[in-house]
Design a protein around this ligand. Structure first.
Ligand SMILES: Cc1ncc(COP(=O)(O)O)c(C=O)c1O
Length: 495
């Protein structure tokens, strides 16, 4: 059970220890409300420095086999992890970190049953030989949380693979629409074999400044968050439009933010028109409901409604990339639900918290022939099994309501800290627990990440100088207060 992952005994002793031992004033959590739930979770525990001696030895061993360069400032070495759950990472040293950066990891709550064993141990090529219970499992898992207006779902392995295939689906749909039927000409067939139009048409996907959609070739052409992802890799000549840069606090900048969003919509429409004129029409628009990797950039429901209308007006498919936002962290299964639209998208892609990758789509976006959208695995049915159980836990324990509650506590705490440390923090923002805050500069941000790590809390950076908070869905308001106190201590050391 998700709630029994945390033991009250340990959580309370952790709270007591933190209150007694940590430096700096503890003003954020005046009284962390107690909860009736039984906890089986011992919070952060740091017994060695990072990297610890065992991690160093294992890192060396791994380096002899594959690339082991550190990839994040908060991980100044490759840190070997013995086990991981949705809340903790047990280090090779045997001590634990508290993960506030769970974009991908989810503790499975599945108890194996004999009937499920076969799915867990056999991996079928789903495109050719799906197991007989596959439709039922899809219905129990992914289809039970379908976005509005979508009854079809295509599973895939990872986020990039999902987006890559979603782009292909948009191109195929667009070309069939242009032809008026789905029968390619002989010229289409022969030219596609030599990478030439009309078989390989000049069509584009429009994406947004600061967006991130993955690192495969097509996805990379729509990724604009950091140069390191793109450097040295050839790309498509596809258009990019501006994503709004909102000013905070939102209530003080209503007029400016509305103007900024109107400017971005206008430029988006101009770009679509320009690209059509230059012979490379926009077949699809891809956007994240909250730009995550690019810095947790938000926009209002009105902006997304405007964009959806522009897509319709110009005959472009509208693809919402929920790889990072999907799965409940915003307080709804899908971040786009906050827009309040009946017809929010033509395609919605997902991965991470959904355990399997894939994309939902409108009926018209169904590829018309076999092998057009295809690869060997096409996902992994064991993940649907796990997801069905995870969704049961989410429903049974009202985790989306919990997320909304703890998200409010988190954001309010961040507002308080921002008032307390105006020289360090700004632009606190968030939806549910999908929150972020800006740090005065990149160097301070990285130092904060390291200090938090050394106090046992793993945080992640995003954009140029933001920190993103991604606690697991099972975190309660109570844990938010514990976290805010630790974060306060880290900030006090930077004052
Ligand atoms: C919004 C978004 N799209 C796509 C991806 C790519 O997913 P993956 O790393 O599984 O390929 C990510 C990964 O962080 C993401 O955040």
């Amino acid at each position: 059970m998700a709630s029994s992952l945390i033991s009250r005994r340990f959580a309370l002793s952790l709270q007591t220890n933190l209150w007694l031992s940590a430096p700096g004033c503890r003003y954020v959590s005046k009284a962390a409300p107690k909860t009736q739930l039984e906890y089986d979770y011992d919070g952060p525990s740091m017994k060695t420095s990072v990297p610890g001696p065992r991690s160093q030895a294992l890192t060396k061993q791994l380096g002899e086999i594959q690339n082991n360069l550190p990839f994040k400032p908060e991980m100044d070495s490759v840190t070997l992890v013995r086990s991981t759950s949705s809340v903790t990472m047990r280090r090779a040293e045997g001590t634990t970190w508290w993960t506030w950066t769970t974009t991908a990891c989810w503790m499975s709550t599945l108890r194996s049953r004999p009937s499920q064993l076969s799915t867990l141990v056999n991996r079928p090529a789903l495109g050719i030989l799906p197991p007989e219970n596959f439709p039922d499992k899809l219905t129990e898992s992914l289809l039970s949380v379908s976005p509005s207006g979508m009854t079809r779902v295509q599973t895939m392995a990872c986020g990039s693979c999902s987006n890559e295939n979603a782009y292909k689906a948009m191109f195929i749909w667009y070309r069939n629409k242009e032809r008026g039927h789905n029968m390619p000409s002989d010229e289409d067939v022969s030219t596609c074999m030599i990478n030439k139009a009309p078989g390989c048409p000049d069509l584009s996907i429009l994406s947004f400044n600061g967006g991130f959609h993955g690192r495969t070739m097509g996805c990379l052409a729509t990724t604009h968050s950091k140069a390191i992802h793109k450097l040295d890799v050839p790309s498509f000549d596809w258009p990019m439009a501006p994503f709004p840069r909102l000013q905070y606090p939102l209530e003080e900048f209503t007029r400016e933010n509305a103007q900024e969003e109107a400017r971005c919509l206008e430029e988006t429409e101009d770009v679509i028109v320009k690209w059509r004129q230059k012979g490379n029409p926009v077949a699809g628009i891809v956007i994240e409901p909250i730009q995550a990797e690019g810095g947790d950039n938000h926009a209002s429901p009105d902006f997304f409604k405007g964009l959806r209308n522009i897509a319709r007006k110009h005959g472009c498919a509208f693809h919402v990339d929920e790889v990072q936002t999907g799965g409940g962290a915003t307080g709804k299964y899908w971040a786009h639900e906050h827009w309040g639209m009946d017809d929010p998208a033509d395609i919605v892609s997902f991965s991470k918290k959904l355990l399997t990758g894939g994309y939902y789509h409108k009926d018209e976006l169904q590829a018309d022939k076999p092998y057009r959208i295809f690869n060997t695995w096409m996902g992994d049915p064991s993940k649907n099994l796990l997801l069905a159980e995870v969704l049961n836990v989410i429903r049974r324990e009202n985790l989306l309501e919990e997320v909304t509650r703890s998200g409010k506590a988190l954001l309010n705490g961040l507002y308080d800290l921002q008032a307390q440390y105006p020289g360090i923090l700004s632009r606190a923002r968030g939806q549910g627990t999908f929150c972020a805050i800006d740090i005065c500069d990149d160097a301070t941000r990285n130092s904060i990440l390291l200090k938090a790590r050394d106090k046992g809390v793993l945080l992640g950076g995003c954009g140029d100088r933001s920190i993103r908070f991604r606690p697991a869905l099972i975190f309660k308001e109570y844990h938010v207060h514990i976290f805010l106190n630790i974060f306060n201590d880290v900030l006090a050391e930077h004052k």
